[in-house]
Write a protein that binds this ligand. Sequence first.
Ligand SMILES: Nc1ncnc2c1ncn2[C@@H]1O[C@H](COP(=O)(O)OP(=O)(O)OP(=O)(O)O)[C@@H](O)[C@H]1O
Ligand SMILES: [Mg+2]
Length: 261
Amino acid sequence: MVTICLANNKGGVGKSTSALNIGLALHSLGYRVLLVDCDAQCNLTMAFKGAISLTPNLGTLLEPNSSVTVAAAIHPIEEGLALLPSSLDVNLLEQYYGTQKGSEFLLRKGLGPVSGHYDFCIIDTPPHMSALLYAALVASNWVFIPVQPERWGYQGLKTLLDACDRTRDYYNPQLQLGGIFFTKYAASYRSRLHRDFVQQTRDRFGDADVLQVSIRTNLALAEAVSLETSIFEYAPDSHGAQDYMELTQAILHRVAAVHEH
Ligand SMILES: Nc1ncnc2c1ncn2[C@@H]1O[C@H](COP(=O)(O)OP(=O)(O)OP(=O)(O)O)[C@@H](O)[C@H]1O
Ligand SMILES: [Mg+2]
């Protein structure tokens, strides 16, 4: 199982939308996919009908002295697709859980026994530094970073990259930066602001760390979520479906280059 987390220490940049659609794209390509929602906002969970009331869930795992395993909190969605749902009490529970020794290893240890059941595990993370973000980084092989191409887009990026360095140094030497990619990119591709920002980012981080594929602004992505359906079924010809499929192919290319050797 290759574990990938979507992270950025900034809110509203498309982490959950990306976790969902990369997961669904991989599933539609025939891979066995486990989605893990590590955010108390439960956005990834709410993309699936009825999933917000599934138990056990992430909240159950964080309860003091919980004896529930990560494996027990994974629920099948359909053949080849499963979800470890979050719950609305995660915010409170996480504060205590994070003070416990070894909290960073919750997912890494917990996912071990199920790693043979899935090809990919995709983890959605909260927009702030927290025990669950660290648990996600410690469990991951790769971190991909969605960034909105605008002036404050870098906000949070340095904090996240520092957290990745610390995670690599202390807990998970395998963690690799998969790349930065742009979300909510101007559909026309003519927006000067967005073009300039993308160029600045390439200059700053280097071409290798900035993926070629950007996700254009596309209402169908939000519509598919509110209808609790997949963009690949709801609007397969939309920019959203096209861009996330292309991004997923780029991720597969990047990941395969390492994991097949
Ligand atoms: N490419 C896109 N085109 C149009 N709307 C988008 C796109 N990507 C995301 N959105 C919308 O932007 C909002 C924020 O996206 P999302 O929830 O994925 O961000 P996030 O980084 O997970 O946010 P948070 O930090 O709160 O967890 C949502 O309403 C989502 O539907
Ligand atoms: Mg989110």
